[in-house]
Ligand binder design. Structure first.
Ligand code: BGC
Length: 742
């Protein structure tokens, strides 16, 4: 439809009809099995509100959504179609590894392919838009939603943000537009704006306190990358920032998001976030909340009655201008138009395609390859890969047979379609001993609402029996793979943990197995970095497998048996202990820096634990070894403002006997500036594949904009002075060169 026609349509609509376009209701109102992911509005919606609401969340299925759309359009006075939205985070039915794991691949194309597959499957199931990617920067492993992020680094997050948006929506056209009508494509919604990933004390929905400089330099770049890649929608965050909840923060949503960051698309509040301004204590009632939100340019009210019951009187009383409502409605109509819904309100909903595409062989294969590429080998004392012949391996632990390995946000993924480790062993014809050993959790504290879905230790006698069985299996084996870690529901939304260790019952299993067999390899399941000090000290190998998805078991077997050489690196540091959190590699310089071994008391350090995380950002081992040559800089000085650049080159050689991939990482340190700068910052990376003995040159080009930051005058610019360049295979590399910007 032409823009002119949309204008005419808007003119034809009554104020009530316009305001109803701004309401999103959950599919539960239109059908019985809609997915509800937050507290439902207690007031309930009237029949008229339901019949005129502009968008819907949480319902899926080609036949069902076609039916809902058809019925809706019969009553819609202007035949304006609904947009169907849902949280498709790491896959629709073919579940990929959780986003944090994807970040560890250091391969944005892997995430792009995952998003493409998710788009294809969910488009066939009738969806038009996903509430993804979540690009929030995360530094606190206590926060349960770190599993939904790609980690602690702004640069890495930005590369993933744009790749995921492109996967869902397709690449931007030359004129900067995105063709959302394309078959198999869905619109992306970047979230949660802004800085939702920094809640105080790691507690979900909690206050965020950040300096504006930190917000700008560390937190905004990944949202900007998603916007630049064409993300059609953006979601506000629940938290306050500078004591103002985002959904009512005019400066953030208008001045920064719309004006500075040039976001032109639709803004949706997070679940009930407009109404929650009452709880935040910045609105007296829903009417005031509605006023604050519409003035902040929030277009869609997610499941509350704030907009639909108050905007009309706000306009009639002259408090809110109708032009503001028109702007918001227009953005929604434009999105409907971009999706082609006026011509084809069902878009790609297709039952036949649903059958053919969902979980097809190709999608499963991609999910399997992707999962294997996200596993981080944290430790390996010459025990992995396992031998295919002549080695008796026992597979022990509560995650060996479990299919609850698809992550907290796999709302439509099914366990019965998931491959466990035990399933994978069977498929490979490996007749290994399998024993559960223990429950996942000691108790169900905080998780009572999941009923029997969480597996916790209920009875001491049964626990003793499980343990005994495991010890017997361990005694008879040459090596033991112990599958330990978190339950699927221990991370994700509203799943913060103050103790990020492994549950006691699993640690008892670890000790008991280790006492009879020293050859323990831990496959570590988690949605966050955990405190694994003891495991890391005593196991001979540790492989972080996260929540690996539908093909998780197969991918784990692929890596354990050496068919795939692990190549992932940590996208988020594993803390030494929870007391160190938040701990991240790109921290600021302090006035009293400490280096291991220093004896002075008055330095920035702990008395009882090291400063260094247990495993830092960018770290991860391989079954082969790589040698990286000293860094070669093309020149020692560049002139500011002249468009000059320095190139930093290294030669990388595979010095081992297996083919493998290495992630070569570029970090930069600014020696002195008008404000304190991070001790180092990732500015580039390249993942290269090398056969044994093969070597390749990797060259990074360092341009002036890579040196820019928000300076003392709040300008984003570079400053003259010396810079260190580090090129290596973790954030701790000391392979350094120095140049000066003059
Ligand atoms: C979450 C969002 C999600 C929304 C809709 C909220 O609780 O914070 O990330 O997209 O629910 O399900």
């Amino acid at each position: 439809m032409e823009k002119q026609k949309l204008q005419e349509l808007l003119l034809d609509m009554s104020l009530t009809e316009k305001i109803e376009q701004l309401l999103q209701i959950s599919g539960a109102y239109l059908e019985n099995e809609g997915m509800v992911t937050g507290p439902e509005n207690t007031v309930g919606f009237t029949q008229e509100e339901v019949e005129l609401a502009g968008t819907v969340l949480g319902s899926v299925g080609a036949a069902k959504l076609r039916g809902i759309q058809k019925k809706y359009l019969e009553k819609q006075p202007h035949r304006i179609p609904l947009i169907f939205m849902a949280d498709i985070i790491n896959g629709y039915r073919t579940i990929f590894p959780i986003p944090l794991a994807q970040g560890c691949s250091f391969d944005p194309q892997l995430a792009c392919r995952g998003a493409e597959i998710a788009a294809r499957e969910s488009a066939a199931a009738g969806l038009h838009l996903t509430f993804s990617p979540m690009v929030d920067l995360v530094r606190d492993a206590r926060w349960g939603r770190v599993m939904e992020s790609t980690g602690e680094d702004p640069y890495l997050n930005s590369r993933f943000a744009e790749a995921i948006v492109e996967g869902y929506q397709g690449k931007k056209c030359d004129d900067g537009s995105v063709d959302l009508k394309k078959r198999g494509k869905i619109a992306a919604c970047v979230k949660h704006f802004a800085a939702y990933g920094a809640p105080a004390a790691g507690r979900d929905y909690n206050t965020v306190e950040l300096s504006e400089r930190t917000l700008r330099d560390d937190y905004l770049p990944s949202y900007q990358a998603a916007i630049d890649a064409g993300a059609a929608m953006l979601m506000t965050s629940f938290n306050t920032l500078d004591r103002i909840p985002s959904s009512g923060n005019r400066r953030l949503m208008r001045d920064i998001l719309r004006d500075e960051m040039r976001f032109k698309g639709v803004v949706i509040s997070d679940w009930a976030a407009i109404e929650e301004m009452l709880n935040h204590g910045i609105a007296e009632d829903r009417k005031e909340a509605a006023k604050l939100a519409i003035e902040a340019c929030v277009d869609i009210d997610l499941v509350t009655t704030c907009y639909c019951r108050n905007l009309e009187s706000l306009v009639k009383e002259g408090i809110v201008s109708e032009a503001l409502i028109d702007e918001a409605v227009m953005r929604i109509l434009e999105l409907k138009n971009q999706l082609g819904l006026f011509e084809n309100p069902y878009k790609d909903a297709d039952e036949q395609e649903e059958k053919e595409l969902i979980l097809c062989k190709e999608h499963r294969l991609e999910a399997r390859k992707a999962a294997a590429d996200t596993f981080v080998l944290l430790k390996n004392e010459n025990i992995l890969p396992l031998k295919k012949d002549g080695q008796k391996v026992a597979f022990i632990g509560p995650h060996v047979e479990s299919r609850k390995i698809i992550g907290a946000w796999s709302l439509f993924g099914k366990e019965e379609e998931t491959v466990s480790i035990a399933d994978a062993l069977k498929a490979r014809g490996i007749a290994a001993a399998v024993a559960k050993g223990s429950a996942v959790l000691d108790d169900n504290r905080g998780l009572e609402m999941f009923g029997d879905y969480v597996d916790y230790q209920k009875d001491a006698a049964a626990a003793a029996e499980l343990l005994e069985e495991a010890v017997t299996a361990a005694k008879e084996a040459d090596a033991v793979v112990l599958a330990l870690g978190e339950h699927r529901v221990q991370s994700g939304e509203a799943a913060s943990r103050a103790d990020i260790g492994i549950p006691e019952c699993q640690m008892e299993l670890f000790d008991a197995v280790l006492a009879v067999n020293p050859n323990v390899i831990v496959a570590l399941f988690s949605g966050r970095p955990l405190d694994i000090r003891k495991i890391s000290a005593k196991a001979r190998a540790v492989l972080a497998v996260w929540q690996p998805g539908t093909e998780g078991g197969n991918a784990i077997a692929d890596v354990l048996y050496g068919d795939v050489n692990p190549s992932a690196k940590l996208a988020m540091s594993f803390p030494w202990s929870v007391g160190q959190v938040p701990v991240y590699y790109n921290e600021m310089h302090t006035g009293r820096p400490y280096k291991e071994g220093m004896k002075d008391k008055y330095l920035s350090k702990y008395l009882d634990i090291p400063n260094r995380p247990l495993y830092p950002f960018g770290y991860g081992l391989s079954y082969t070894t790589f040698e990286i040559s000293p860094v070669r800089l093309s020149c020692n000085t560049i002139v500011r403002g002249q468009g000059e650049s320095v190139s930093a080159g290294v030669t990388v050689k595979n010095t081992g006997t297996a083919a493998g991939k290495e992630v070569v990482q570029l970090y930069i340190r600014d020696h002195a500036a008008s404000v304190a700068r991070p001790v180092r910052e990732l500015k580039g990376f390249e993942k290269i594949a090398l056969a044994p003995g093969e070597e390749k040159e990797v060259i990074f080009t360092i341009t002036e904009d890579m040196l820019s930051f928000t300076n003392i005058d709040m300008e984003f610019t570079s400053e003259v002075g010396a810079y260190s360049v580090y090129v290596g295979n973790s954030s701790e590399t000391e392979n350094e060169g120095v140049f000066t910007l003059i």
